[in-house]
Design a protein around this ligand. Structure first.
Ligand code: NAD
Ligand code: AKB
Length: 315
């Protein structure tokens, strides 16, 4: 991994992944890219390019210019935004993935790392301790695009020997960059509103249980999977990874241990149906056995750190 391109680098995960990749592989070895021109501060941190993944040429130009050998493909439209604009989600997530794979094949890219999601599962999937191999029949365009991405990645590995790797992320919780339009966004928004207003109106029911992961663990997932010895990988683009599972009410109670004045009300909207179609917990033994995945954060440690960091940020 000498020259790395990150697509969707201004998003919730990309903005933190780029920093860690640069720490490990060097500032100039990591090219961040997204649709827009970022703040001047971001431009100063290292190479940045505008790349629209729906255009194969746009990806090719940057791959050629920087002699890219590894791509972390993060550009996507998430579940809630995707249900508001399924055509955009199809275009960015499915055509975008296809373009990245085609450029990978054509330019002999060594490795492509691409997150899938718990959204690949659907209402017919077993909800508890969901196996790695199970029913993939999602009810959202985002989920459909994630299943397509997993299958395409596996296909390009088998057909062309392209090394494509990916995990099914649960909801990611972080304080640096707000999430970009997913169903699990309430698990981040509650922290901001708890600190700013002492109250939060949650858009899913209090008994909604979903798998979640704190950002440092998510970054570790991507970096460890990228470095894993391919000889040990029996899967490619579809590893379940788990860290914690809790209900919206349990999260509120954990925050109330530190911010006792927090009042939470529940007003479910269209995102409830999406949340109800996803698993409550995951069996991630394949990731643990094949490349040593192990999370560091549980709900308590994550909540304490989120509140500490957000208080500093929002001061
Ligand atoms: P995000 O919405 O925060 O960021 C996505 C980025 O993609 C944005 O900066 C956006 O500008 C960019 N983008 C959109 N259309 C583009 C296009 N045509 N070309 C180039 N860039 C474009 O998303 P994220 O949370 O950082 O997610 C990154 C990846 O991880 C996605 O594949 C997502 O499905 C997956 N994932 C995220 C979570 C989560 O909770 N954050 C959970 C599961 C999976
Ligand atoms: C979303 O809610 O859409 C994402 C995800 C779980 O993929 N956070």
């Amino acid at each position: 991994m000498k020259n790395i391109l990150v697509t969707g680098a201004l998003g919730q995960i990309g903005s933190e992944l780029v920093v860690e990749l640069r720490k490990k592989y060097g500032r100039n070895s990591v090219v961040a890219s997204d649709l827009k021109t970022p703040d001047p501060e971001v431009m100063k941190e290292g190479p940045y390019e505008i790349v629209d993944v729906t255009s194969r040429t746009s990806i090719e130009n940057v791959v050629d210019k920087h002699k890219i050998d590894t791509i972390f493909h993060l550009a996507a439209i998430l579940s809630a935004k995707g249900e508001q604009n399924p055509q955009l989600a199809f275009n960015v997530n499915i055509i975008g993935m296809y373009n990245v794979l085609e450029v990978g094949r054509d330019r002999k890219i060594q490795k492509i790392i691409v997150p899938s999601s718990i959204a690949a599962f659907g209402p017919d999937t077993p909800k508890d301790n969901t196996p790695n191999e199970t029913i993939l029949r999602p009810s959202t365009m985002y989920g459909v695009s994630k299943v397509a991405g997993e299958l395409l990645g596996n296909y390009y590995f088998t057909k062309y020997g392209l090394d494509v790797r990916g995990v099914r992320f649960p909801g990611i919780i972080s304080w640096k960059t707000p999430p970009g339009g997913g169903t699990t966004d309430y698990a981040v928004a509650i922290f901001y509103d708890a600190i700013k207003y002492g109250k939060y109106e949650c858009f899913v029911r209090e008994d909604t249980v979903l798998p979640m992961m704190y950002m440092p663990d998510a970054i570790k997932v991507l970096m460890d999977l990228a470095e894993a010895d391919i000889k040990n990988l029996k899967h490619h683009c579809d590893y379940n990874v788990a860290a914690m599972s809790f209900s919206a009410k349990e999260l509120a109670a954990e925050i109330q241990k530190i911010i006792p004045e927090l009042k939470v009300t529940y007003k479910p909207d269209f995102r409830q149906k999406i949340a109800d179609s996803w698993p409550r917990s995951l069996d991630d033994s394949a990731a643990r056995n094949e490349w040593g995945w192990k999370p560091e954060y549980d709900i308590k440690k994550m909540t304490e750190e989120m509140i500490r960091e957000l208080k500093k940020k929002l001061k």
